[in-house]
Write a new protein. Structure first.
Length: 223
């Protein structure tokens, strides 16, 4: 567990074992097929403690580090997994914060590191008032009816919310956002970002360590 998310590791260790005689990991042949199972957001113990909302629904996002895929898992939903012998995967699991109807957010961290969320030192959500939602294509009909093809955007001149994060280190920083951000900044300076509208994965680059007089980068995302 980290402050704002957790890590889940899945391993198929069949065919490998620690030899007390040779004092090293040894390998042996096995005829076993791939193992299959299911994972849930709540498989990370105490994941609810990482949610800043006391009324958190239990919904999470899972980022798989080997496949670089992002999946939204509603509470009690399970994702099937299958691993051949000696295969593995590491997932960053983050509670989803609902900012407003149709606007959801979940920071992942430095996604080229297995413990991505360990870089996040601070997280603050500031929800604004008076923003409009627009309906594109099928339109927004409520959280439970939002389908992948629906697009939500803020037509107001004001932001729906601003999310501030304090981040240690440098590298590629990943976020789940259900909508494309209006803008992103690091240390008050606007930065370029990439956004995948299908998965909701938002990435931006922290090209260097924080300035010498600071311990963290201040990242702000406006939606």
């Amino acid at each position: 567990m980290n402050k704002y998310n957790g890590v889940l590791g899945i391993y198929n260790c069949q065919g490998a074992a620690w030899s007390t005689a040779e004092r090293k990991t040894t390998f042996h042949k096995t005829n076993s097929e791939a193992i299959t199972g299911y994972i849930r957001g709540r498989d990370v113990h105490f994941i609810s403690e990482a949610a800043l909302d006391p009324n958190w629904s239990g919904d999470t996002v899972l980022y798989s580090h080997r496949s670089a895929e992002l999946v939204v898992l509603p509470y009690n939903a399970a994702m099937p997994v299958s691993f051949k012998i000696l295969e593995h995967e590491t997932y960053t699991v983050t509670p989803i914060k609902v900012l407003a109807p149709g606007f959801s957010f979940a920071p992942l961290g430095l996604i080229d590191m297995y413990n991505a969320g360990g870089a996040i030192e601070g997280l603050k959500y500031e929800v604004k008032a008076g923003a409009e939602l627009s309906e594109l294509e099928a339109g927004y009909q409520g959280e439970g009816n939002l389908v992948a093809e629906d697009k939500i955007e803020n037509l107001s001149t004001e932001a729906v919310a601003v999310v501030s994060m304090e981040v240690r280190g440098c590298g590629r920083f990943g976020i789940y956002s259900s909508v494309k951000p209006r803008k992103c900044s690091v240390g008050g300076d606007m930065v370029d970002f990439a956004y995948n509208s299908e998965s909701g994965l938002l990435t931006l680059n922290l090209d260097a360590m924080p300035p010498a007089d600071q311990k963290v980068h201040i990242i702000e995302v406006e939606v």
